[in-house]
Design a binder for this molecule. Structure first.
Ligand SMILES: [Zn+2]
Length: 116
């Protein structure tokens, strides 16, 4: 199950990579919660998510709860981007909105399955 989620998460990961600008980052994207620069950074969310969920951290080894948690924050991120840009996330057919709808359906099913 985690494998499917990891595959789905490649979309927001690419999106965050695109958005983030690391040229000015003193840590080269190695998020450090205690660093003042990180706390004040415009890309704090993206950086923190990417650093916690990148290929190098091996999502495969995380618990399904931790993966679901990363998944939910990624959904909120992609959906938030769409809303900020004035998309109707229920009807819009762009990549972001389509991904958000599919991801919400997927995580909904996942939760139902866990409750059974
Ligand atoms: Zn859209």
């Amino acid at each position: 199950m985690n494998e499917t989620i990891i595959e789905i998460l490649s979309y927001p990961r690419a999106l965050m990579h695109q958005y983030i600008e690391l040229e000015d980052c003193a840590h080269a994207g190695h998020y450090a919660a205690k660093e003042k620069e990180c706390q004040r950074c415009d890309y704090e969310f993206e950086c923190q998510w990417l650093f916690g969920n990148d290929e190098c951290v091996a999502l495969e080894q995380k618990s399904s709860e931790a993966v679901a948690c990363s998944f939910e924050s990624a959904i909120a991120y992609v959906e938030g981007m769409s809303i900020l840009n004035g998309h109707d996330t229920h009807r819009c057919t762009c990549d972001n909105c389509t991904w958000t709808r599919d991801a919400l359906l997927f995580i909904g099913e996942l939760k139902c399955r866990q409750m059974r």
